[in-house]
Design a protein around this ligand. Structure first.
Ligand code: PA5
Length: 463
């Protein structure tokens, strides 16, 4: 069983030339500030504001999710998740990290007779038409995921999928092909699902969209494709336990939140680059981006004062982006901190053959593996940044198994709510997203939403 560790030496003064955080502060003012943040989060958790903490122990919800997933897995060859933002990014993170690469290209036997997994998130007609064009309605199930049950993109995709199934199989084909994951209670999507006898799963009220990966929103598609959700939840529970201490040096999420907050507010490192050195962590990097951006990008603090705060999270991928973004990270504005994400050992490796010994550009590679190379690239990039006086952290796991991925998901969620306290903003709301949703409703003519005045494009300012 593996749980991540955070190596933060390269964010400390004395290690990074010319900059960095005084390590003494981790037992001084930063420790005191963190103790307050920890107590505030504990109080909010007790008052029921932060339901994601409770998900690993909600065995009833996990069992119900697994049972529904097993039924759907037996029934269909393709599972299409319809959702967006927090209702899709967790699924993508789990898929990338824990399903074999190119899952959808494997044959049924190699997939253990589990369904292929598709995501319908962006309402781009090219993508949606192409996806439906290659699926067989008889072998396809849809999981409609929307906490609010009203997001325009998701509702549009639901309507399209509903009609697609109905026109191919008739009304009798609908019931077994839709699973709805949404808030408990009646209304909107939930009511419609009940009226049509669809299987429904709950995103508990206290669990926010971007904090829902460990609810059925993320776990249903994961379980349907055979991911070991019990281990994901066990890893998350273990991380929550590790983060129960109010003592900063022993709390991984506390260290992550505190150092990144200091980097943003004291070191002018406003851009936080999340840089996995594992293709399997791509989805996680995009999931972190949303978690950070929506939780911390706020115009007002908790007292309603204008703050316009929040770091800019930027996913970047090693080693590929060493050949694009790294030049900027090394020599551009000193407004960035890099958070490397990596693992100590790969699940599989590929030997590099020892050939062409006479050619120095190739000879040194023989006898190594691709993981040796990838890991050397990560360590070299970290050291190059350090020598340039550019801070970084490394979040490392021993391996990338379900337990470790669950731990990583919980680590970043807890760090996000600690960060909310450090910035003194509400990490659970997203008023900026809500406004965009309402204006879209108005532009699309939804009842009860006025058509917004959008100034017409001015031809003087066009070329
Ligand atoms: O984190 C959030 O709250 C948002 O990103 C939502 O997840 C996203 O807007 C989708 O909302 P819903 O699940 O209500 O359809």
């Amino acid at each position: 069983m593996t749980s991540p560790t955070i190596d933060f030496a390269n964010a400390l003064a004395g290690v990074v030339p010319g900059t960095g955080i005084d390590p003494g502060r981790l037992r001084g003012d930063l420790a005191a500030r963190f103790r307050d943040a920890h107590a505030a989060v504990a109080a909010r958790r007790r008052s029921g504001e932060m339901g994601f903490f409770e998900l690993p122990a909600d065995h009833h919800l996990a069992e119900r999710t697994a049972a529904a997933a097993a039924t759907v897995a037996r029934r269909c060859e393709s599972l299409v998740v319809i959702g967006i933002g927090g209702s899709a990014l967790g699924t993508a993170a789990l898929r990338d990290a824990l399903l074999p690469p190119s899952w959808n290209e494997l044959d049924a036997a190699s997939r253990g007779d589990r369904p292929r997994l598709h995501l319908m998130d962006n309402p781009d007609p090219d993508s949606v038409a192409a996806l439906l064009g290659r699926l067989d309605p008889a072998g396809t199930c849809f999981n409609v995921v929307s906490k609010s049950g009203s997001t325009a993109e998701t509702m549009a995709h639901f309507l399209i999928a509903w009609e697609w199934v109905e026109s191919a199989l008739g009304p009798g084909g609908l019931r077994d092909r839709f699973v709805v994951t949404t808030s408990p209670g009646r209304g909107g999507l939930r009511g419609l699902a009940r009226d049509h006898g669809l299987c429904t799963l709950d995103v508990p009220h206290a669990v926010g969209g971007r904090f829902s990966v460990l609810s059925p929103a993320g776990l249903f598609p994961a379980a349907a494709t055979g991911i070991d959700i019990d281990s994901v939840l066990a890893g998350a529970a273990e991380m929550a336990t590790r983060c129960s201490t109010p003592e900063l040096p022993g709390n991984p999420a506390g260290i992550l939140a505190t150092l990144l907050h200091v980097a943003d507010t004291e070191m002018d490192c406003h851009v936080q680059v999340f840089m996995p050195y594992a293709d399997r962590l791509r989805g996680l990097a995009y999931w972190i981006q949303q978690l950070w951006a929506e939780s911390l990008g706020k115009s007002v603090d908790r007292a309603g004062r204008l703050v316009e705060s929040g770091p800019t999270p930027l996913p970047s991928f090693g080693a590929s982006d060493q050949h694009s973004l790294l030049q900027l990270l090394m020599e551009g504005p000193r407004d960035k901190i890099v958070v490397f994400l990596g693992r100590d050992a790969p699940e599989r490796d590929v030997d590099i053959p020892a050939r062409f010994a006479e050619e120095p550009a190739l000879a040194y590679l023989g006898g190594h593996t691709l993981f040796d190379l990838l890991d050397a690239e990560r360590r070299a990039t970290s050291e190059a940044l350090r020598r340039e006086g550019r801070p970084s952290l490394a979040v490392m796991t021993e391996r990338l198994d379900a337990h470790a991925v669950g731990s990583l998901l919980m680590l970043f969620q807890i760090a996000a709510v600690y960060s909310g306290e450090l910035y003194d903003v509400n990490p659970m709301d997203q008023p900026g997203v809500e406004l965009g949703k309402k204006l879209t409703f108005g532009l699309m003519g939804r009842d009860g939403y006025a058509r917004p005045e959008v100034p017409p494009s001015d031809s003087r300012w066009r070329v």
